[in-house]
Design a protein around this ligand. Structure first.
Ligand code: NAG
Ligand code: NAG
Ligand code: NAG
Length: 206
């Protein structure tokens, strides 16, 4: 009984010394083998990136022109089963699996000849087997005013027959660094030639 009581603190002191020996050894090893000019990651102050200002909330409003036919079409189908090759699993009436690439102009007014503010570049694909629903993966590349050269990135679900579709804004570049927010899309007009979609974007940025 007495030997156990004596042995316990001795053992823990030994383990403690062993621990510190290994720990200080590995620390000195790390310092000698990892020069400070090869640091992979470190904490920095937000002010070093000019993030001292308060976050701003911007509302952007524009019209997207998805021109599906004619010589100035802005949409191209890049993948998907053709009608002839449809199998039982791809015979969905909702174009399931089709992928389209877009380079759509964005204008201030519904008129395509009104001031252009940028382009929507990316892709949408038909992502549902039971309804008309798109997966949107695109960048809004702005070319107008203080947003010229800045982008916003969208990744979301576009249930095209709903009156208003909401998609997350995951980030951005330029004045939209650290951006986050959402986009609301509403069909303005649609025919066999083009779809005009009204966009309202609400985004936090610095
Ligand atoms: C197609 O684009 C060209 C060059 O931008 C333009 O001159 C022409 O009017 C456009 N055609 C149509 C049908 O919009
Ligand atoms: C836009 O301008 C082009 C040529 O400049 C013209 O052909 C076209 O009809 C105009 N579109 C609209 C909607 O006014
Ligand atoms: C946008 O920026 C580009 C490159 O800096 C410049 O060439 C262009 O004139 C600018 N456009 C507008 C509308 O300010």
């Amino acid at each position: 009984m007495a030997t156990i009581i004596l042995a316990k603190p001795q053992r823990s002191i030994f383990l403690l010394i062993l621990f510190f020996t290994i720990f200080s050894f590995s620390t000195s090893l790390a310092i000698t083998e990892d020069p400070s000019d090869e640091v992979f990651s470190k904490f920095i102050s937000p002010s070093s990136l000019g993030l001292t200002k308060r976050e701003k909330l911007s509302h952007l409003h524009f019209y997207l022109h998805d021109i599906v036919s004619g010589k100035n079409a802005t949409v191209i189908r890049v993948a998907g089963a053709t009608n002839a090759k449809r199998t039982a699993s791809t015979s969905s009436p909702f174009s399931f699996g089709s992928v389209y690439m877009i380079d759509d102009p964005l204008t201030m007014k519904p008129d395509i000849n009104s001031t252009m503010v940028g382009r929507a570049q990316g892709l949408y694909s038909y992502a549902s087997q039971s309804e008309l629903s798109l997966l949107m993966v695109l960048n809004f590349a702005f070319t107008h005013g203080k947003f010229n050269g800045s982008t916003l990135s969208v990744l979301g679900r576009n249930n095209v027959l709903s009156t208003v579709r909401e998609m997350p804004i995951l980030g951005g570049s330029g004045v939209f660094r650290f951006a986050r927010g959402y986009a609301q899309a509403k069909t303005y007009s649609i025919n066999f030639f083009e779809a005009i979609v009204e966009y309202n974007i609400y985004v936090f940025h610095y």
